[in-house]
Design a protein around this ligand. Structure first.
Ligand code: SF4
Length: 383
């Protein structure tokens, strides 16, 4: 059957969630935004692949040292998708702790798994299938134990017994490895807890294979109708180009669509966002330092000070702050001086209050609703 790519558990789920979304992703090949939780999961999975991989000798299999494991984790850390450096650092630390606890629990009783990151590729009724199983162990009775690592905070109740991914893994392993699957495990890494269940029974496997064939037929016949639901659409990156929502994005569509499909443009958008964020951060730091500097100068009764590269001078200043901007606006309009300040921005209103030619009554009323704050203006120049 002609498909854009072999079906995996996630692409089958995506098609069944919304065929239009599948089309955007796998037929039109418009990439979704990177998500931090995928990057985090990938980083921890790669580290665990290393844990079970490199120091195996048939005579004396042993786990890598904790130091080596964490070094590898640092090296393979997957960066995209984090909101900022703080969020990335938090997740990195969480992963470090998970791996440390995992090493503590499993290094001493280290065993060689039957397979780690087992890749399967085969056809079922002409439908190409692909996937990767995190770990397969051999049970004492010779059957297989299939294990899937989970890095999310919580495991939804009841998921273990119906999860289609585990059913797919059982189906693939039994078709390809010629051994029966005895148990299926979700290994919840944040709690180091293994949630086990017995092998899937025939009706569940049949349901899966029926779904595989139906999905493949839908794709092969170009059936990509949008299937909007609250859950599917809420975080959908394709909303701006989706036929259901595109009217809401009228005028902005070409830019959004381009950004979704053009990595160079998307990179520019991100650089612009990052640069603005840096300006904000630098502004916040400058504000804090300026307050500290003004207080230090006032404390020492200095009006000027020198650094290595700059000099600063301090002059007493007064500014007015108004909590109720609307009230100020009304007053100015009634007094007929709105035009004088053009817009009631704080510096202009301040000028008006300080101007002795302003109507005395207006000045008095503004003074009543405003607060006079003494500050220090700083002027910075290069030496
Ligand atoms: S916005 Fe909703 S309907 Fe449109 S592609 Fe995304 S999930 Fe499907």
């Amino acid at each position: 059957m002609k498909l854009p790519r072999p079906l995996s558990h996630s692409s089958i789920s995506l098609y069944n969630e919304c065929p239009q979304k599948y089309r955007f992703k796998y037929v039109d090949k418009i990439p979704e935004k990177p998500r931090h939780f995928f990057s985090f999961g990938q980083s921890v999975h790669l580290a665990l692949e290393y844990f079970y991989g490199p120091v195996l000798t048939p005579q004396a299999p042993r786990a890598p040292s904790l130091e080596d494991l964490l070094k590898h984790y640092r090296e393979i850390w997957v960066k995209p998708g984090y909101r900022d450096e703080n969020q990335e650092a938090e997740y990195f630390e969480e992963g470090r702790q998970i791996l440390t606890r995992f090493h503590d629990k499993h290094a001493k009783s280290f065993h060689v798994p039957f397979s780690v990151e087992y890749n399967f590729n085969f056809e079922h009724e002409g439908v190409p299938l692909t996937g990767k199983v995190d770990r397969i162990d051999k049970l004492p009775d010779g059957r297989l134990s299939i294990l899937d690592y989970k890095t999310g905070k919580k495991l939804a109740a009841g998921r273990l017994d119906v999860d289609a991914q585990l059913t797919m893994y059982q189906f693939a392993c039994e078709s390809q490895l010629g051994a029966e699957v005895g148990e299926l495990i979700f290994y919840h890494l944040p709690t180091l807890k293994e949630h086990r269940t017995v092998r899937r029974d025939k009706p569940l496997v049949k349901e899966l294979t029926t779904r595989i064939v139906a999905t493949a037929e839908g794709i092969a016949q170009d059936r990509f109708d949008p299937k909007p639901t609250e859950n599917a659409c809420r975080w959908c990156d394709y909303k701006p180009i989706c036929p259901i929502y595109k009217d809401q994005y009228a005028g902005r569509l070409p830019v959004a669509a381009k950004a979704a499909g053009e990595p160079a443009l998307a990179a520019l958008v991100d650089r612009y966002g990052d640069a603005l964020a840096k300006i904000e951060a630098a502004k916040a730091e400058a504000d804090a330092v300026s307050k500290e500097l003004a207080a230090a100068l006032k404390n020492k009764n200095y009006v000027r000070a020198f650094g290595e590269r700059f000099e600063v001078s301090a002059a007493p200043a007064v500014k007015w702050e108004f909590a109720d901007k609307k009230k100020v606006l009304d007053m100015l309009k009634k007094a007929g001086v709105y035009e004088k300040v053009l817009a009631p921005s704080a510096p202009l209103v301040h000028k008006l209050v300080e101007d002795p030619t302003t109507d005395a009554d207006l000045r008095a009323r503004l003074t009543e609703i405003g607060e006079r704050v003494e500050t220090t203006d700083l002027k910075l120049k290069g030496l």
